[in-house]
Design a protein around this ligand. Structure first.
Ligand SMILES: *Cc1c(COP(=O)(O)O)cnc(C)c1O
Length: 364
């Protein structure tokens, strides 16, 4: 049997008619940049998050940068980020001229360590960017409490956590702003690059919307030095069509995660992700740990199962951040985990046969 890591065509086939007609409408109305489809998705998604504002951007990396820029974070400032995440989280900090300060992750849920942060806050610290990694919400309430005490911002990187919630509040609505990515493979994915920002702060929302559109609060008024980072009409229309299914898709991801758990829990060589029945994990990725990781990956590949590693190298050790001089003992958990993790396929269109097959292959 062949099991791909993701299957975006399988998903498209389940909603083909709606997607095709949405695309056609955007073209026939020439609503390519701005316009009603972008406004509709922004309103649909802010409604979904229960956030006052949502600002579409070109991708989920620009969106982090725009939040930082709007908060006037730049040269001379420090921003705390987790040692294990996609490069965007740190890259955005560097690209506004600030310094990323890396903190280790928790051993159980892979998100940023609260204790680790406490030792890294300095007079230069302006913000913390917790990442809801793999779809699991970081310890966001404790982080907000700490940040409030220290008078620094919480910016949530929600690129992997569409629909994740804690006590009825969605990811992105705890801090000053939340950044979303709609990269095709994300839990809610466009058919190209797309991203956006949620916030409840009206003035910040206005500024970020202007920054994403050449610094213009209104046409030909360039109040700020901004950029071109707009969500386009085609992507917005596709995202609105797909948003109708996000709850169903998320439920299916959680179901698959539970199936993996059931079938793999008796295997003493595999460490499963921490259990969660509160909706604070939407399983963008199902990441297991095992000591003989490389042998297991070889075997799965041979059996036709595509797996991946998220991520093979902690960010302080990737080439472009080596200059910061982090050592193994600065981030021992991220350093250890990156040798042990495997991301198994998890997407709503997976069949029971596929799940059973993967679990069988993992048993020996
Ligand atoms: C995908 C992702 C982003 C942003 O990705 P884009 O490809 O720029 O949309 C940011 N942070 C994390 C953790 C991500 O996984």
């Amino acid at each position: 049997m062949k099991v791909p890591f993701v299957d975006l065509v399988a998903q498209y086939n389940t909603i083909k008619n709606q997607i095709d007609s949405e695309i056609k409408n955007v073209i026939l109305e020439s609503a390519f940049i701005g316009g009603e489809y972008v406004r509709k998705f922004e309103s649909d998604f802010s409604g979904y998050l229960n956030s006052n504002y949502f600002i579409g951007c070109a991708n989920g990396t620009d969106s982090i940068e725009i939040i930082l820029q709007a908060l006037k974070i730049g040269s001379g400032d420090e921003v705390i980020v987790p040692a294990l995440t996609w490069i965007s989280t740190a890259e955005a900090v560097s690209n506004v001229g600030a310094k990323p300060v890396f903190v280790d992750i928790n051993n159980d849920d892979f998100t940023i360590s609260l204790e680790g942060i406490k030792g890294k806050i300095s007079t230069k610290t302006k913000a913390i960017i917790p990442v809801h990694l793999y779809g699991k919400m970081a310890k966001i309430e404790e982080l907000v409490e700490l940040a409030n005490k220290k008078n620094i911002y919480i910016i949530e990187d929600c690129a992997q956590a569409h629909g994740a919630q804690l006590n009825g509040k969605k990811a992105g609505t705890f801090g000053i702003a939340g950044s979303y990515s709609f990269y095709p493979g994300k839990n809610l994915g466009a058919y190209g690059d797309a991203g956006g920002i949620c916030t409840n702060d009206e003035l910040l929302a206005k500024k970020m919307r202007a920054l994403a559109n050449h610094g213009q609060p209104s046409k030909h008024t360039h109040l700020y030095i901004g950029r071109n980072s707009r969500l386009d009409g085609l992507q917005a229309a596709i995202l609105s069509a797909k948003l109708k299914y996000i709850n169903e898709w998320t439920a299916r991801r959680i179901y698959i995660a539970n199936e993996y758990r059931k079938q793999l829990s008796n295997n003493s060589k595999i460490i499963l992700p921490k259990e969660d029945n509160l909706g604070s994990h939407v399983y963008h990725l199902f990441v297991i740990r095992c000591k003989d990781r490389n042998r297991k990956m070889e075997k799965l590949k041979k059996e036709g199962i595509e797996v991946a590693i998220h991520y093979p190298t902690p960010l302080p050790f990737v080439d472009c951040y080596k200059y910061l001089g982090y050592k193994h003992e600065d981030i021992p958990i991220a350093a250890k985990i990156t040798e042990e993790i495997i991301s198994l396929p998890i997407y709503p269109e997976m069949t029971s046969d596929m799940i059973n097959y993967i679990c069988d292959c993992l048993q020996n």
